[in-house]
Design a protein. Structure first.
Length: 78
């Protein structure tokens, strides 16, 4: 799946708190639908942030027990 703002692939990042996806707000529903269809536990941060007039960005947190590589494979195939 491609980031609509940068035309780059959407990537899953890992952190100590668990995997997450940072993406443009405009892509949120498309990514959430993919996660729901594949029964991937996730939650969306409450605030989207826009810096220097750029499109707003939001974070989807992925469940800690989920394999981030699997989620990346789903995004890449979408």
């Amino acid at each position: 799946m491609t980031d609509t703002a940068t035309q780059q692939p959407i990537r899953v990042s890992d952190s100590l708190a668990g995997p997450y996806i940072r993406l443009p707000l405009a892509s949120l529903e498309r990514v959430r639908n993919l996660l729901r269809e594949n029964h991937i536990p996730h939650w969306v941060e409450h605030h989207a942030i826009s810096v220097d007039g750029q499109p707003p960005v939001i974070v989807i947190n992925i469940g800690k027990t989920v394999d981030s590589r699997h989620v990346q494979e789903l995004l890449d195939a979408a």
